[in-house]
Design a protein around this ligand. Structure first.
Ligand SMILES: Nc1ncnc2c1ncn2[C@@H]1O[C@H](COP(=O)(O)OP(=O)(O)O)[C@@H](O)[C@H]1O
Ligand SMILES: [Mg+2]
Length: 447
């Protein structure tokens, strides 16, 4: 039986096929042709290499069946034998594609001790970071022609949104991760001419979605996702290129203290209309209070900061280590900062009202502009603000997470007056030649 593979890859799918990175993600808009590309890539590998062990995963079994098993059975009929007990396709080259799923968290351990040269994770954002890290340990080869690879397809949203966004969109890596190992190919519905021709109404359906879902599913915008706390945040509206701040603008700072967790300091400036611009950030870990103060003062050289608001717990927690008597002694963190030349005042830490204040500053005014923006080099604030999730126990509040930069922003904006919700006053022209003359109220006509 001769294998006939139908369809021609679009340019993005070609890029996906040609990527040689250890981790390649193809993601973004729905209907872009990601699942098609994943299936085709794995089949081509199985046909072109001998004795490859390939694993294709989806989170649940029904999804796996609909999305991959049935199309693969159709495509590979008479070419690769399918064993339904093992869920494995065996190719004449000796290569195998195993179809798997990880419904419960513990399902992942069935792959323990297995060796897969290639792993495909479909809808990778449905997997947790722990599951992805565990699978990476199964991605290895002993000998053979191909270096181990992992391929991912993904849409914004779901439990794995944060790790996929970190590795492939924000490209923030820890010391064990090599940036060269990660490649991202954006999926766009417009690239999938096969679907656009077959179902022209599909794009209309995506366009009719509510704005945030449309941004995620049609435009592949990674800043919006389900359960997101600040849906109003948009890079387009709230992030601006750095510019020289006029000397007359008032400046102030805000800080969320942390030692093992990051410490975040933000610098803000206020224009004549009360709009706040966050123009600098410092985001550091494991740095002593006096060293943080030194860095802040160095970065602020030549600038006048009216004040710095900081986490109120800095007035209770001690900077020194446990004393011989078993209790804490030494100065408070606030005192340590003051001693190092950076005076701080306690921030208003009312959480829900504080987040509400952040929303009010983000809201678009009648003149089409928000009351808060930040410079594009405040990368950690821009990265973590859209990642914040609702707290499942208190729907008004945000859940715990990497929220040090948003907390510093909240402290900063709580030190400012609430922005007014009303439109700027409409100025009446002094003289309007088109207005009708108002009847005189004086009594002389009636007499
Ligand atoms: N290159 C191609 N040739 C033919 N059909 C394609 C091609 N790419 C995608 N398709 C078809 O387009 C539809 C949507 O593709 P799919 O891979 O399911 O999108 P996604 O996974 O990005 O949502 C499917 O019916 C798929 O078979
Ligand atoms: Mg898909």
């Amino acid at each position: 039986m001769r294998l006939v593979l139908t369809g021609v890859p679009n340019p993005r799918q070609k890029e996906f096929f040609l990527s040689r990175a250890r981790h390649t993600a193809y993601g973004g808009a729905r209907g872009g042709g990601k699942s098609w590309a994943m299936r085709r890539k794995l089949v081509l590998l199985a046909l072109n290499y001998h004795d490859l062990n390939i694993l294709l995963l989806r989170r649940t079994l029904p999804e796996l069946r609909e999305n991959h098993l049935l199309p693969l059975q159709r495509e590979l009929y008479g070419v690769a034998a399918y064993n339904s007990t093992e869920r494995v396709f065996r190719f004449p080259t000796g290569s195998r594609i195993k179809l798997g799923y990880c419904d419960a968290a513990s399902d992942i351990y069935q792959y323990q001790g297995q060796e897969y040269a290639v792993i495909g994770m479909e809808e990778a954002t449905h997997f947790t970071e722990e599951q992805q890290q565990f699978l990476t340990t199964c991605n290895r080869v002993s000998g053979g022609e191909l270096s181990p690879r992992m391929y991912y397809t993904c849409n914004p949203g779901n439990v794995g949104h944060a790790w996929v966004k970190r590795l492939f969109i924000d490209r923030v890596y820890n010391e064990n991760e090599d940036p060269c190992d990660y490649a991202f190919i954006p999926a766009r519905i417009w690239d999938n001419t096969a679907l656009l021709n077959a179902d022209p109404g599909y794009v209309r359906q995506l366009m009719a979605l509510p704005e945030d879902m449309r941004r995620a599913h049609l435009e592949g915008d990674w800043d919006v996702h389900a359960g997101q706390y600040f849906r109003e945040f948009s890079r387009e509206r709230h992030v601006c290129a750095p510019f020289e701040l006029p000397r007359g603008w008032k400046r102030f700072r805000s800080m969320d203290w942390g030692y093992n967790d990051p410490c975040c300091v933000l610098w803000h400036a206020v224009d004549g209309e009360g709009r706040v611009y966050t123009y600098r950030e410092l985001y550091i870990r494991q740095t002593r209070a006096d060293e943080v103060a030194k860095r802040v003062l160095e970065l602020s050289q030549g600038e006048d900061a009216a004040y710095t608001v900081a986490s109120p717990d800095m007035w209770s927690s001690r900077g020194a280590t446990l004393s011989a008597k078993g209790g804490f002694d030494g100065e408070t963190l606030a005192e340590l900062f003051c001693k190092a030349g950076m005076s701080v005042i306690p921030a208003d830490n009312t959480r829900v009202a504080g987040w509400q204040r952040v929303r009010q500053f983000m809201a678009i005014r009648p003149d089409g502009e928000p009351m808060w923006r930040c410079f594009s080099d405040c990368t950690n604030l821009i990265r973590t603000l859209p990642l914040m999730q609702y707290d499942s126990h208190n729907r008004e509040d945000a859940a715990d997470g990497e929220d040090h930069a948003p907390e510093a922003l909240r402290y900063g904006l709580m030190s400012r007056p609430t922005p007014s919700c009303t439109a700027p006053p409409v100025r009446k022209p002094l003289y309007d030649p088109f207005s009708k003359p108002t009847p005189q109220k004086s009594g002389y006509l009636s007499t």
